[in-house]
Write a protein that binds this ligand. Structure first.
Ligand SMILES: NC(=O)c1ccc[n+]([C@@H]2O[C@H](COP(=O)([O-])OP(=O)(O)OC[C@H]3O[C@@H](n4cnc5c(N)ncnc54)[C@H](O)[C@@H]3O)[C@@H](O)[C@H]2O)c1
Length: 323
């Protein structure tokens, strides 16, 4: 089976690629496990450290048709479309966000349509599609009301994926990812970057700024579970999904205060005291528009699962970074 990951040099893209290579098989549309014979990794920069004969590294911009024509052919049975401009950057640069998050997502679908082979496509959407005054608990089909350009771009792309699926051009699956935490490495331009920083930096003995109030609720998923869900989402039986192609993944709903308590439980008072509370109205406005309570029963019934507790997520991260 030939598989494509867009945004493959990114945080989730690299992890997904390594997990697919380790598993070496994927469930195909016919329900059988097929060996992954070719894994195409597309990004604007080369995905690093992949020394595997199954891997084909491609560099290029997904908003350029000739790049997509090069990497999607009639043998590309599965596409994980992850390439994106993250929330903070898409808000700061309207044109870039529209070009990559929206126009290029449609281009991916159009190239699939031109090939005529109806590949399975997983699209990574976000909590940012919701906003405004919300019901106490958010369901898969709660009305979309994004309060950021990133959220609007993801919401429109979700609808496109559903319609291209309805028309039979692709077999699409939209997975709305919670904020992924704990994310290793440097902070990024996502408005939710602090949700990793307030754990990662103190575990390294470094001070961290929390730009939102302690009572702010966040919906979280560990990187490990996120990758499991992306693969499970791709493998979901088409008939079981029916015409409802969008799933909220089973995240943990926690307040920032509870996150810090979990940090205290796992790493002690010294680590928890390394957080400086410095409200940033720009981040509070974006993150505060995202809902905190979720009903993800449908995803769970379809076999997708999340983390047991945020303390477990911190422990797993600590074990991963400890040599
Ligand atoms: N990490 C999270 O907390 C989170 C939460 C919700 C949704 N998501 C979504 O999951 C996906 C992956 O997220 P991530 O955390 O790995 O992000 P990331 O920023 O680490 O990776 C995105 C990748 O897309 C690439 N990219 C950007 N523009 C491109 C272009 N024009 N052509 C080709 N590649 C391009 C970037 O170079 C980057 O490597 C994104 O669609 C994101 O919106 C992530």
């Amino acid at each position: 089976m030939k598989v494509l990951i867009t945004g493959a040099a990114g945080f989730l893209g690299q992890r997904l690629a390594r997990e697919l290579l380790a598993r070496s098989v994927l469930k195909s549309a016919s329900g059988t496990l097929e060996p992954i014979t070719r894994l195409v990794l597309l990004d604007v920069v080369a995905a690093p450290d992949f020394d595997d004969p199954r891997v084909q590294i491609e560099t290029g911009d997904i908003s350029v048709r000739s790049v997509l024509d090069r990497v999607i052919d009639a043998d590309t049975a599965a596409i994980f479309h992850l390439a994106a401009i993250v929330s903070g950057q898409a808000e700061a640069d309207f044109d870039l966000g529209m070009r990559i998050n929206l126009d290029a997502s449609r281009l991916v679908l159009d190239v699939c349509r031109a090939r005529g082979h109806r590949p399975r496509v997983v699209f990574t959407s976000s909590v940012a599609v919701y906003g405004g005054t919300l019901s106490d608990v958010v369901l898969d089909d709660t009305a979309l009301n994004p309060q950021s350009s990133y959220g609007a771009q993801k919401a429109i792309a979700e609808l496109l994926l559903s319609d291209y699926t309805r028309r039979g051009f692709v077999d699409g699956r939209v997975l709305r990812l919670p904020t992924i935490s704990v994310r290793p490495g440097a902070p990024n331009a996502a408005a939710s970057s602090f949700a990793s920083g307030i754990i990662r930096e103190p575990l390294n003995g470094v001070r961290a700024i929390c730009p939102v109030a302690p009572e702010t609720r966040i919906w979280l998923l560990s990187p490990h579970k996120a990758i499991d869900c992306l693969i499970a989402g791709l493998e979901l039986d088409t008939a079981a999904l029916g015409e409802r192609r969008t799933l909220n993944l089973p995240g943990l709903s926690v307040s920032v205060a509870q996150m810090v308590e979990a940090l205290r439980d796992v790493a002690g008072d010294a680590a928890a005291s390394l957080i400086d509370w410095q409200p940033d109205p720009r981040i509070e406005r974006i993150v505060g528009s995202w809902p905190g309570h979720w009903d993800t029963l449908r995803a769970e019934r379809l076999g997708l699962s999340g983390d047991r507790s945020f303390a477990d997520v911190i422990r797993a991260y600590r074990d991963e970074i400890t040599p």
